[in-house]
Write a protein that binds this ligand. Structure first.
Ligand code: SF4
Length: 489
């Protein structure tokens, strides 16, 4: 869709809102839109005491115009925030009359809707007031606002329990046995990049040892650890043992309350590897079927059957982990609400402590074709998520964290569900940005949260294993920032 903007330098929010509402159309800014053509016009006037935003959307010869006003206050930050909100809200109101389905997250485009809701709870709003605001000003549906406010409350309680010196560790293993068709992670199939794995493990162990020394020097408390990827169990049992031995020797783990390893793909899991995890105090693992429909599994490039998921789950239960998570994805090609219901019923029947329900997201750099396909799945995904929500609730699970990604089918969200008392707190710390997360390995992004919790400093490790394997000196030097950060706590 073409659009014009007058009176606004940075049109980032206009593009963002248009992509959210019309994901199948690429927004293109033009100087002038001929009368009668399908276009969006945004005009902004500043009167001194307020900003007046006028948005007109023309489609198929019909036009809808909306006007919104945002106050100018003493705070430049607040003024800007109010203006951004009013621009997005006006675009939402002007465009949605032309849509078959109204996006349930309304004019909220961020990846952390619970953090957004928590911001208001922290300012003293009651949950009822936050609900009212999310509906009236941000057009969020009742189901979505309930999800956000519930997760916000959990994060708020969690935040109160955290000590300033508490941190979590993330370790990335960016290898998988094969690449899933929908994957947008930095992960390499071992077929293509397996030769890098041994060197990767050497580099990673060296980074762990170095980081362990800095964390001890900075007197920080590691309260949770998460080894993800990729698929960490792509490593052999011997390699996993070496990695976990290094972790145990390098870090002081006396404050740890949970230790997760993504076992991920059933085709990488063996009894020997699960024993190695359990012997190193890993108490939570993920076994991620995504679907319990063999045709869907084959279509997405997973080289395992639904039966393999059942067998692996039974094996893991026999070994005895405190919690097992299972991931599903709503909107996979070839899946239907009926076959998705079968997946949910089968997983619920296994009784894992956590079930995470993702919505299919277009890969980074997805072309218009992918975005159109995802947009067309809105109704199917809505039905699937409703099935998940109803069945999980009936079985005693409750949602506890959520996040969104760009170009999710139907614009929905990913939600972590758990049995009472089985929240994975690492997920809450990370998604709600409640504490510092030190990330190791290729693609790792360390986030240092300032003492007042308002600012985050990011330190990126090289993205790809081949870059990572040759950058240890630089990576280790970057970790010095942890000492400076800890000295300000
Ligand atoms: S298992 Fe996960 S990380 Fe690996 S290829 Fe599939 S989606 Fe990507």
């Amino acid at each position: 869709m073409i659009y014009t903007v007058h009176g606004l330098e940075n049109d980032h929010h206009v593009r963002e809102m248009l992509l959210c509402l019309l994901p199948a159309e690429t927004p293109e800014r033009v100087e002038f839109a001929p009368e009668g053509t399908d276009a969006l016009g945004v005009a902004i006037d500043h009167t001194g005491t307020e900003t007046v935003i006028r948005v007109c959307c023309t489609r198929g010869g019909r036009q809808v115009c909306v006007e919104q006003r945002a106050p100018v206050t003493d705070s430049e930050e607040d003024t800007k925030r109010a203006q951004t909100h009013a621009v997005k809200s006006a675009i939402f109101e002007a465009v949605t009359p032309f849509l078959d389905a109204v996006p349930e997250w309304g004019s909220l485009t961020g990846v952390r809707p619970a953090k957004f809701a928590r911001g208001f709870l922290e300012k003293g709003y009651t949950p009822v007031q936050v609900a009212q605001l999310m509906t009236e000003q941000y057009h969020v549906s009742p189901a979505r606002r309930a999800l956000a406010i519930r997760s916000a409350g959990i994060a708020l309680d969690c935040k109160k329990r955290l000590h300033p010196r508490d941190i979590s560790i993330y370790i990335g293993i960016p290898f998988c046995p094969s690449r899933c068709s929908y994957c947008s992670f930095v992960s390499h199939s071992i077929e293509k990049a397996g030769r890098l794995m041994a060197e990767y493990l050497d580099t990673l162990c060296a980074e762990i040892v170095h980081t362990g020394k800095i964390i001890k020097q900075a007197d920080l408390h590691i309260i949770s650890m998460y080894i993800g990827g990729g698929t960490p169990t792509t490593l052999s049992a011997e390699q996993l043992e070496r990695l976990l031995d290094t972790v145990q020797n390098a870090f002081d783990l006396q404050y740890m309350t949970e230790f997760t390893v993504e076992a991920g793909r059933p085709d990488t899991i063996t009894e020997e590897k699960l024993h190695v995890l359990a012997q190193h105090d890993v108490d939570r693992i993920s076994i991620n079927p995504q679907s319990m429909n063999d045709e869907v599994l084959a279509a997405i490039g997973r080289h395992h059957s639904a039966q393999a998921v059942l067998d692996t789950y039974e094996m893991a239960r026999g070994i005895g982990f405190r919690a097992i998570n299972m991931d599903t994805i709503a909107g996979l090609d070839g899946d239907t609400p009926e076959s998705f219901a079968h997946t949910m019923d089968t997983l619920i029947g296994l009784n894992p402590e956590n079930i995470t329900v993702h919505t299919l997201a277009a890969k980074r750099g997805a072309d218009q074709h992918d975005r159109v396909r995802n947009a067309e799945k809105h109704e199917t995904v809505r039905q699937m998520l409703d099935i998940a929500s109803q069945n999980l609730t009936a079985a005693g699970y409750a949602p506890y964290y959520l996040y969104r990604q760009k170009f999710m089918a139907g614009g929905f969200e990913n939600v972590g569900w758990c049995k009472m008392g089985y929240e994975c707190w690492y997920n809450v710390y990370m998604m709600e940005e409640l504490q510092t997360i030190v990330s190791l390995g290729a693609g790792g992004m360390t986030k240092l949260l300032s003492a007042d919790g308002r600012k985050i400093r990011r330190i990126n490790n090289p993205k790809y294993p081949y870059e990572y394997n040759t950058s240890l000196e630089k990576i280790n030097a970057g970790k010095q920032a942890l000492l400076a950060w800890a000295s300000e706590l």
